[in-house]
Design a protein around this ligand. Structure first.
Ligand code: HEC
Ligand SMILES: [Cu+2]
Length: 420
């Protein structure tokens, strides 16, 4: 059996077509203008897609995100990003200088001393002076460049004395944030691409300046505080990157890595997963909202209240319509992307509408939700709460043509979690 290199999942022959279609779709998806320019060179088909996108309305710069016709790096909002930009330009200047000097001497020699104007090739061996010069000069250049970069690289790695520590977990395909230490400790949520953007992408009709960058729950942090981001992953390698902060750190399953930033401006800043992690790699954006200390405290308070309200007693017996209402929200946040709003799925994604398991086999349904299926093609949803899982299962049992009138209670999920 073949294995999909992106998701490391075995591919059934019937699955390859949609996966390839998705990959193709990715290549054609119109992006912002700068990236688009590259695509035009790549294929005439991309050109057509681009024309369609342009006709659909004007795209503007997104503050904290990509800009139209952007050539330069993102405007820095941290000291580290500023230092990185400075290094970038100094290194570029050094390289340019060497390039001009070396090629200048070369072309001068070729033209000035060419055979046709009567020059004869010199014939000499072993010049100690030249050999020392071409060893020592590059050595000094390399050491000088390394010395300049070292301070910044060391500072980038110094995650000590953070005001706030947040764990960012990469999932296929979303981010999970856990506030581990500092104000807001205990807050945890998932951050998923806004479903409207996926619909736009699927229909090939991009719109808005934050296209494919809008999430349901942005990461919120206070301005002027040292934020330590601890990265890890649940399935495959992802990377947490926010260019304006000068931050990019791999998120590796089974490992913990960290990075940090101290944003000097409030506002919205955007990034992307930066490690190809499967077919929906392009659908796991990062949105960081930097707010004032006062607004941050307010947000923490609100979030805590929200969490307290949502922290349900797993022993509570729920009514059918309560669970369905709650489950619809869970479904729209986590399941629609694959199973579609009509529950019909597509290709290898099995339909929930009419599924025997959903209709009639609660034990199997709970098992699939907790553990995933098809080697993770259907992800495990252990990270959802017992009530959320019970709610979404009850919702799927009572939606579309599924009219079972049956309920799964949180207590059943609790019991299933305890089974090996
Ligand atoms: C990344 C895509 C993806 C997401 C997101 C996803 N699923 Fe699935 N789901 C699948 C795939 C693929 C299968 C088929 C697995 C197989 O081949 O056995 C599946 C199968 C299922 C099944 C078994 C259906 C059957 O008849 O075998 C259930 C139940 C299910 N999913 C529920 C959910 C729920 C509820 C959610 C949201 C919490 C969800 N899924 C989110 C991809 C997904
Ligand atoms: Cu990723």
């Amino acid at each position: 059996m073949r294995t999909d290199v992106l998701t490391m999942n075995p591919i059934h022959p019937s699955e390859t077509a949609p996966l390839h279609a998705a990959a193709h779709d990715l290549a054609l998806r119109p992006m912002r203008l700068a990236a688009r320019a590259r695509e035009i060179a790549l294929s005439a088909a991309a050109l057509a897609a681009c024309g369609v996108a342009l006709a659909q309305g004007k795209v503007n710069d997104l503050p904290g995100g990509p800009a139209v016709n952007q050539l330069d790096l993102h405007p820095p909002v941290t000291k580290i990003a500023e230092a990185q930009h400075w290094l970038h330009y100094v290194m570029l200047a050094i390289c340019l200088f060497i390039f001009v000097a070396v090629f200048g001497v070369m072309f001068y020699s070729i033209i000035k001393h060419r055979k046709s104007v009567g020059h004869k090739a010199a014939n000499f061996h072993e010049s100690v002076g030249v050999e020392i010069a071409w060893t020592v000069v590059p050595f000094i250049i390399v050491i000088a460049m390394g010395a300049m970069a070292t301070r910044t690289v060391v500072a980038m790695k110094d995650t000590s004395n953070a005001d706030l520590t947040i764990k960012a977990t990469g999932y296929q395909w979303k981010w999970g944030y856990d506030y581990l230490k500092g104000e807001g400790e205990g807050i945890a949520f998932l951050s998923t691409l806004d479903f409207a953007h996926r619909v736009m992408s699927d229909s090939g009709k991009p719109a808005g300046d934050d296209y494919l960058l809008k999430v349901d729950n942005p990461l919120v942090v206070p301005v002027d505080r040292k934020i330590r981001i601890v990265t890890t992953a649940n399935d495959v390698i992802h990377a947490w990157m926010v260019p304006a902060f000068g931050v990019k750190q791999d998120a590796i399953p089974g490992f913990v890595r960290d990075t940090w930033f101290r944003a000097e401006k409030t506002g919205d800043f955007y990034g992307q997963c930066a490690e190809l992690c499967g077919k929906e790699h392009a659908y796991m954006p990062i949105h960081v909202k930097v707010v004032s200390q006062a607004d941050y405290s307010k947000w923490v308070e609100g979030k805590k209240k929200e969490m307290a309200a949502a922290a349900d007693d797993p022993n509570k017996e729920w009514k059918l319509d309560e669970l369905v209402a709650r489950g619809e929200k869970v479904y729209n946040a986590n399941c629609v992307a694959c199973h579609r709003p009509d529950g019909k799925g597509a290709g290898p994604i099995k339909a929930l509408d009419g599924s025997q398991i959903v209709l009639d086999d609660p034990a199997a349904q709970i098992r699939i939700l907790l553990n995933g299926a098809a080697n993770g093609a259907m992800p495990a949803w252990k990270q959802l709460s017992d009530t959320e899982l019970a709610a979404v299962m009850t919702y799927t049992k009572n939606s579309w043509s599924n009219k079972t009138g049956k309920v799964i209670q949180p207590a059943q999920v609790v019991a299933a979690r305890k089974q090996p």
